[in-house]
Design a binder for this molecule. Structure first.
Ligand code: C5P
Length: 273
Protein backbone atom coordinates (compact mmCIF):
# COMPACT_ATOMS: atom_id res chain seq x y z
CA UNK A 1 0.00 0.00 0.00
CA UNK A 2 1.28 3.47 -0.94
CA UNK A 3 0.06 6.46 1.09
CA UNK A 4 0.55 10.02 -0.21
CA UNK A 5 -0.44 13.46 1.02
CA UNK A 6 -2.68 15.43 -1.32
CA UNK A 7 -2.34 19.10 -0.40
CA UNK A 8 -4.74 22.03 -0.78
CA UNK A 9 -3.68 25.27 -2.49
CA UNK A 10 -4.43 28.95 -2.15
CA UNK A 11 -4.05 31.67 -4.78
CA UNK A 12 -1.90 34.36 -3.16
CA UNK A 13 -2.97 36.58 -6.03
CA UNK A 14 -5.29 35.87 -8.92
CA UNK A 15 -5.58 38.17 -11.91
CA UNK A 16 -8.05 37.43 -14.69
CA UNK A 17 -6.48 38.57 -17.94
CA UNK A 18 -9.20 37.91 -20.53
CA UNK A 19 -12.13 35.77 -21.56
CA UNK A 20 -11.13 33.19 -24.19
CA UNK A 21 -12.96 31.85 -27.23
CA UNK A 22 -13.14 28.37 -25.64
CA UNK A 23 -15.13 29.67 -22.65
CA UNK A 24 -12.18 29.62 -20.25
CA UNK A 25 -10.33 32.66 -18.93
CA UNK A 26 -6.65 33.46 -19.20
CA UNK A 27 -5.30 34.21 -15.77
CA UNK A 28 -2.04 35.08 -14.01
CA UNK A 29 -1.89 33.68 -10.52
CA UNK A 30 0.55 32.82 -7.77
CA UNK A 31 -0.41 29.39 -6.45
CA UNK A 32 0.88 28.08 -3.13
CA UNK A 33 0.38 24.56 -1.73
CA UNK A 34 -0.44 24.38 1.98
CA UNK A 35 -0.19 21.65 4.60
CA UNK A 36 -3.94 21.16 4.80
CA UNK A 37 -3.94 17.74 3.12
CA UNK A 38 -6.10 14.79 2.20
CA UNK A 39 -4.43 11.41 2.47
CA UNK A 40 -4.65 8.96 -0.43
CA UNK A 41 -3.95 5.23 -0.07
CA UNK A 42 -3.19 3.34 -3.31
CA UNK A 43 -3.12 -0.38 -3.94
CA UNK A 44 -2.98 -2.33 -7.22
CA UNK A 45 -6.05 -4.56 -7.19
CA UNK A 46 -8.44 -6.69 -9.28
CA UNK A 47 -10.82 -3.83 -10.16
CA UNK A 48 -10.74 -0.03 -10.06
CA UNK A 49 -12.36 1.15 -6.85
CA UNK A 50 -12.55 4.46 -4.96
CA UNK A 51 -13.51 4.72 -1.30
CA UNK A 52 -13.88 7.99 0.57
CA UNK A 53 -14.29 8.83 4.23
CA UNK A 54 -16.94 11.45 3.29
CA UNK A 55 -20.14 9.87 2.05
CA UNK A 56 -21.22 13.06 0.25
CA UNK A 57 -18.33 12.85 -2.21
CA UNK A 58 -19.16 10.95 -5.42
CA UNK A 59 -16.89 7.95 -5.93
CA UNK A 60 -17.94 7.23 -9.53
CA UNK A 61 -16.70 8.54 -12.87
CA UNK A 62 -17.17 12.22 -11.90
CA UNK A 63 -14.52 11.94 -9.19
CA UNK A 64 -11.27 13.44 -10.49
CA UNK A 65 -9.36 10.44 -9.08
CA UNK A 66 -11.32 8.27 -11.49
CA UNK A 67 -10.48 10.66 -14.34
CA UNK A 68 -6.79 10.44 -13.40
CA UNK A 69 -6.85 6.61 -13.50
CA UNK A 70 -8.56 6.66 -16.91
CA UNK A 71 -6.17 9.31 -18.26
CA UNK A 72 -3.10 7.31 -17.19
CA UNK A 73 -4.46 4.15 -18.85
CA UNK A 74 -5.44 5.98 -22.05
CA UNK A 75 -2.13 7.81 -22.45
CA UNK A 76 0.17 4.88 -21.65
CA UNK A 77 -1.87 1.91 -22.89
CA UNK A 78 -0.79 0.09 -19.71
CA UNK A 79 -3.31 -2.19 -18.04
CA UNK A 80 -3.69 -2.15 -14.28
CA UNK A 81 -6.43 -1.73 -11.72
CA UNK A 82 -6.26 0.48 -8.71
CA UNK A 83 -7.96 0.78 -5.35
CA UNK A 84 -7.80 4.31 -3.91
CA UNK A 85 -8.98 5.23 -0.44
CA UNK A 86 -9.42 8.98 0.13
CA UNK A 87 -9.18 10.28 3.69
CA UNK A 88 -10.84 13.64 3.09
CA UNK A 89 -9.83 16.65 5.17
CA UNK A 90 -9.89 19.46 2.56
CA UNK A 91 -13.38 21.00 2.36
CA UNK A 92 -15.08 20.72 -1.05
CA UNK A 93 -16.38 23.66 -3.11
CA UNK A 94 -13.93 25.80 -1.22
CA UNK A 95 -11.52 27.09 -3.88
CA UNK A 96 -8.77 25.03 -2.25
CA UNK A 97 -8.20 22.69 -5.20
CA UNK A 98 -8.87 19.49 -3.24
CA UNK A 99 -10.27 17.49 -6.19
CA UNK A 100 -7.51 18.71 -8.53
CA UNK A 101 -4.89 17.80 -5.96
CA UNK A 102 -6.38 14.30 -5.57
CA UNK A 103 -6.13 13.85 -9.36
CA UNK A 104 -2.49 14.98 -9.48
CA UNK A 105 -1.61 12.80 -6.49
CA UNK A 106 -3.26 9.81 -8.18
CA UNK A 107 -1.21 10.32 -11.37
CA UNK A 108 1.97 10.50 -9.28
CA UNK A 109 0.89 7.48 -7.19
CA UNK A 110 0.16 5.27 -10.23
CA UNK A 111 3.47 6.29 -11.80
CA UNK A 112 5.31 5.33 -8.62
CA UNK A 113 3.46 2.00 -8.19
CA UNK A 114 4.36 1.13 -11.81
CA UNK A 115 8.01 2.14 -11.28
CA UNK A 116 7.93 5.53 -13.05
CA UNK A 117 7.17 4.69 -16.70
CA UNK A 118 6.31 8.37 -17.37
CA UNK A 119 8.29 11.58 -16.75
CA UNK A 120 6.84 14.14 -14.34
CA UNK A 121 6.83 16.72 -17.16
CA UNK A 122 4.64 14.42 -19.24
CA UNK A 123 2.27 13.75 -16.32
CA UNK A 124 1.98 17.49 -15.76
CA UNK A 125 1.18 18.11 -19.42
CA UNK A 126 -1.46 15.35 -19.54
CA UNK A 127 -3.04 16.48 -16.27
CA UNK A 128 -4.48 19.69 -17.76
CA UNK A 129 -7.04 17.47 -19.52
CA UNK A 130 -8.53 16.74 -16.09
CA UNK A 131 -8.78 20.38 -14.96
CA UNK A 132 -7.03 23.75 -15.14
CA UNK A 133 -5.66 23.56 -11.57
CA UNK A 134 -4.22 20.03 -11.76
CA UNK A 135 -0.82 20.81 -13.43
CA UNK A 136 0.10 23.20 -10.59
CA UNK A 137 0.48 20.31 -8.14
CA UNK A 138 3.45 18.95 -10.16
CA UNK A 139 5.37 22.18 -9.39
CA UNK A 140 7.58 22.77 -6.35
CA UNK A 141 4.43 23.81 -4.47
CA UNK A 142 4.97 27.50 -5.27
CA UNK A 143 4.25 28.50 -8.86
CA UNK A 144 3.27 31.37 -11.10
CA UNK A 145 0.55 30.01 -13.39
CA UNK A 146 -0.74 31.53 -16.62
CA UNK A 147 -2.92 30.41 -19.55
CA UNK A 148 -6.08 28.90 -18.04
CA UNK A 149 -3.85 28.00 -15.06
CA UNK A 150 -2.13 25.16 -16.90
CA UNK A 151 1.12 26.95 -17.84
CA UNK A 152 3.15 26.46 -14.68
CA UNK A 153 6.37 28.25 -13.75
CA UNK A 154 7.74 26.60 -10.63
CA UNK A 155 9.39 28.94 -8.10
CA UNK A 156 11.73 28.59 -5.17
CA UNK A 157 9.80 28.20 -1.89
CA UNK A 158 8.85 31.41 -0.04
CA UNK A 159 9.74 32.04 3.62
CA UNK A 160 7.27 30.37 6.00
CA UNK A 161 3.92 32.07 6.58
CA UNK A 162 1.07 30.97 8.83
CA UNK A 163 -2.43 31.25 7.42
CA UNK A 164 -5.90 30.55 8.76
CA UNK A 165 -8.19 28.83 6.30
CA UNK A 166 -11.87 29.58 7.03
CA UNK A 167 -14.85 28.39 5.06
CA UNK A 168 -18.35 29.73 5.45
CA UNK A 169 -21.40 27.49 5.26
CA UNK A 170 -22.34 28.74 1.80
CA UNK A 171 -20.86 27.22 -1.35
CA UNK A 172 -20.26 28.67 -4.81
CA UNK A 173 -20.01 27.15 -8.26
CA UNK A 174 -16.80 28.05 -10.12
CA UNK A 175 -18.42 28.37 -13.59
CA UNK A 176 -21.09 30.66 -12.11
CA UNK A 177 -18.51 33.02 -10.61
CA UNK A 178 -16.59 33.18 -13.90
CA UNK A 179 -19.84 33.74 -15.84
CA UNK A 180 -20.80 36.77 -13.75
CA UNK A 181 -17.37 38.37 -13.86
CA UNK A 182 -17.24 41.89 -15.32
CA UNK A 183 -13.85 41.87 -17.04
CA UNK A 184 -13.94 45.65 -17.57
CA UNK A 185 -14.08 46.33 -13.83
CA UNK A 186 -11.04 44.40 -12.60
CA UNK A 187 -7.81 45.52 -10.88
CA UNK A 188 -5.18 46.93 -13.21
CA UNK A 189 -2.25 45.36 -11.32
CA UNK A 190 0.68 44.20 -13.45
CA UNK A 191 1.04 40.52 -12.42
CA UNK A 192 4.79 40.38 -13.01
CA UNK A 193 5.35 43.36 -10.67
CA UNK A 194 3.05 41.78 -8.08
CA UNK A 195 5.00 38.53 -8.39
CA UNK A 196 8.26 40.42 -7.85
CA UNK A 197 6.69 41.96 -4.75
CA UNK A 198 6.01 38.51 -3.31
CA UNK A 199 9.57 37.43 -4.15
CA UNK A 200 11.05 40.43 -2.34
CA UNK A 201 8.89 40.26 0.77
CA UNK A 202 6.34 42.92 -0.30
CA UNK A 203 3.21 40.87 -0.92
CA UNK A 204 0.05 42.32 -2.47
CA UNK A 205 -2.78 39.84 -2.01
CA UNK A 206 -5.72 40.21 -4.41
CA UNK A 207 -8.27 38.05 -6.19
CA UNK A 208 -10.18 39.28 -9.24
CA UNK A 209 -12.94 36.73 -8.55
CA UNK A 210 -13.64 38.00 -5.04
CA UNK A 211 -15.92 40.96 -5.78
CA UNK A 212 -18.15 38.84 -8.04
CA UNK A 213 -18.27 35.99 -5.52
CA UNK A 214 -19.23 38.38 -2.68
CA UNK A 215 -21.97 39.92 -4.85
CA UNK A 216 -23.37 36.51 -5.79
CA UNK A 217 -23.39 35.42 -2.16
CA UNK A 218 -23.83 38.37 0.25
CA UNK A 219 -23.38 36.01 3.23
CA UNK A 220 -19.73 35.70 2.11
CA UNK A 221 -19.31 39.45 2.37
CA UNK A 222 -20.39 39.56 6.02
CA UNK A 223 -18.27 36.48 6.75
CA UNK A 224 -15.23 38.28 5.34
CA UNK A 225 -16.02 41.37 7.43
CA UNK A 226 -16.30 39.21 10.59
CA UNK A 227 -12.86 37.75 9.84
CA UNK A 228 -11.38 41.22 9.30
CA UNK A 229 -12.92 42.33 12.62
CA UNK A 230 -10.92 39.56 14.32
CA UNK A 231 -7.78 41.53 13.48
CA UNK A 232 -6.26 39.67 10.52
CA UNK A 233 -4.19 41.91 8.21
CA UNK A 234 -5.47 40.23 5.09
CA UNK A 235 -8.57 38.15 4.42
CA UNK A 236 -8.70 36.92 0.84
CA UNK A 237 -10.99 34.56 -1.07
CA UNK A 238 -9.14 31.52 -2.38
CA UNK A 239 -9.84 30.76 -6.05
CA UNK A 240 -13.56 31.06 -6.72
CA UNK A 241 -14.37 30.48 -3.02
CA UNK A 242 -16.00 29.89 -0.73
CA UNK A 243 -13.08 29.70 1.67
CA UNK A 244 -10.86 32.57 2.73
CA UNK A 245 -7.25 32.53 3.76
CA UNK A 246 -6.32 34.94 6.53
CA UNK A 247 -2.82 36.33 7.00
CA UNK A 248 -1.44 37.76 10.23
CA UNK A 249 -2.13 36.94 13.84
CA UNK A 250 -5.52 37.33 15.48
CA UNK A 251 -7.54 35.78 18.27
CA UNK A 252 -10.05 33.93 16.14
CA UNK A 253 -13.29 33.55 18.04
CA UNK A 254 -16.00 33.32 15.37
CA UNK A 255 -17.26 29.90 14.34
CA UNK A 256 -16.90 28.66 10.77
CA UNK A 257 -18.17 25.53 9.03
CA UNK A 258 -14.48 24.67 8.63
CA UNK A 259 -11.31 26.34 9.86
CA UNK A 260 -7.70 25.32 10.22
CA UNK A 261 -4.27 26.87 10.54
CA UNK A 262 -2.00 26.13 7.59
CA UNK A 263 1.57 26.73 6.55
CA UNK A 264 3.11 26.77 3.09
CA UNK A 265 4.07 23.34 1.80
CA UNK A 266 6.67 22.53 -0.86
CA UNK A 267 8.02 19.33 -2.30
CA UNK A 268 11.46 18.13 -3.27
CA UNK A 269 12.02 17.46 -6.94
CA UNK A 270 11.91 13.63 -6.71
CA UNK A 271 9.34 13.29 -3.95
CA UNK A 272 5.66 14.00 -3.54
CA UNK A 273 4.54 16.41 -0.79
O1 C5P B 1 -10.69 23.56 -15.67
P1 C5P B 1 -11.80 23.31 -14.71
O2 C5P B 1 -12.65 22.14 -15.12
O3 C5P B 1 -11.37 23.20 -13.30
O4 C5P B 1 -12.73 24.61 -14.77
C1 C5P B 1 -14.04 24.64 -14.24
C2 C5P B 1 -14.78 25.83 -14.82
O5 C5P B 1 -14.20 27.05 -14.33
C3 C5P B 1 -14.70 25.94 -16.33
O6 C5P B 1 -15.72 25.21 -16.95
C4 C5P B 1 -14.87 27.44 -16.54
O7 C5P B 1 -16.22 27.81 -16.44
C5 C5P B 1 -14.17 28.04 -15.34
N1 C5P B 1 -12.75 28.42 -15.60
C6 C5P B 1 -12.47 29.49 -16.44
N2 C5P B 1 -11.17 29.84 -16.66
C7 C5P B 1 -10.17 29.18 -16.07
C8 C5P B 1 -10.43 28.09 -15.20
C9 C5P B 1 -11.74 27.74 -14.99
O8 C5P B 1 -13.38 30.12 -16.98
N3 C5P B 1 -8.91 29.57 -16.29
Amino acid sequence: MLTLKSPAKVNLFLKIVKRREDGYHDLASLFQAIDLCDRLHFELSEVDLIECTQAAIPIGSTNLVWKAIELFKRKTGLSFNLKVKIDKFIPVQAGLGGGSSNAATTLWGINRLLDFPVSVQELQKWSSEIGSDVPFFFSSGTAYCTGRGDIVHSLEPFPPETLWICKSEAGLSTPEVYRHLNIQKLHQHDPVSVLEGFMTGKPLYFNDLEETALKLLPALSSFKQQLLNQGFNTVMLSGSGSSFFCVGTAQKTISCSFDSPAIYLNRKIDEWY
